[in-house]
Design a protein around this ligand. Structure first.
Ligand SMILES: Cc1cc2nc3c(=O)[nH]c(=O)nc-3n(C[C@H](O)[C@H](O)[C@H](O)COP(=O)(O)O)c2cc1C
Length: 220
């Protein structure tokens, strides 16, 4: 099991690799701002990065005590808002916050606070969605409107006593919005010379570097 300790073991016989025990496994995944509907009809923003996509489905890892998870499980609707790298300070402004009141004890301990209006705290602009009730974030160049289709608990051997649990949420993307400045005019393609995601790499924010080449399936 991974721990926060600095223990590591150096072995000369392993081709230069050593065993380490990092506290997180965020190897470099896009930052996503999930917007979800609070019970009072306002929209919450939850920064997250445990995200992947296949066909029209996205899969999200959301901790059990987050307000966002509670909201999207109740409403079955969400928007995935993808920020560009320059937006990272706005995301960090809401990083130590939760839409949950009272703040769960484990979050209180590390300095989280309740915020009812994260748009205001971050300086982000709400924008109505077409097919779902949570608002979009206007500054995010790519936005997916989505509906929850399934949710699973973690698999066997999850060490519940050590940390909070999470949900593996599967959602179906029902509408994609892309800012016209990053779309190849007259097509459904994102211009990858004008779009790059914000990445979360071992709890640091990164943009991406230059284009290294395309896969054989790329259409342009
Ligand atoms: C860049 C970044 C990535 C994060 N990734 C995740 C994640 O993948 N899953 C998750 O549950 N929480 C993640 N968090 C933590 C949540 O943002 C945090 O629990 C927050 O309080 C959720 O807000 P909410 O309770 O209002 O939903 C991340 C935070 C940041 C800043």
């Amino acid at each position: 099991m991974l721990t926060n300790t600095a223990e590591f073991r150096a072995t000369e016989s392993d081709g230069g690799h050593i065993e380490i025990r990092p506290s997180v496994l965020y190897i470099g995944t896009p930052v996503v701002l999930i917007t979800s509907l609070n019970p009072d009809g306002t929209t919450n923003i939850s920064p997250m990065s445990s995200f992947w996509a296949l066909y029209d489905r996205v899969v999200l890892g959301l901790t059990s005590t987050s307000k966002g998870r509670e909201n999207l499980m109740r409403e079955r609707q969400l928007v995935l808002n993808f920020p560009s790298p320059g937006l990272w300070p706005k995301i960090e402004a809401i990083a130590p916050t939760t839409g949950r009141d009272p703040v769960p004890p484990h979050k209180q301990k590390i300095g989280y606070r309740f915020e009812a209006d994260k748009f205001d705290v971050a300086g982000l602009t709400p924008q109505a969605a077409d097919l779902v009730r949570p608002l979009r974030i206007a500054e995010c160049p790519i936005q997916f409107e989505a509906e929850v289709v399934a949710a699973h608990p973690p698999g066997a051997e999850w060490p519940f006593e050590r940390t909070e649990a999470f949900s593996i949420v599967e959602a179906k993307v029902i509408r994609v919005h892309a800012h016209k400045d990053i779309v190849v005019a007259g097509t459904n393609h994102i211009d990858t010379s004008r779009w790059s995601p914000l990445l979360y790499v071992f709890r640091h924010y990164f943009g991406t570097g230059p284009d290294l080449g395309r896969t054989f399936k790329a259409e342009r």
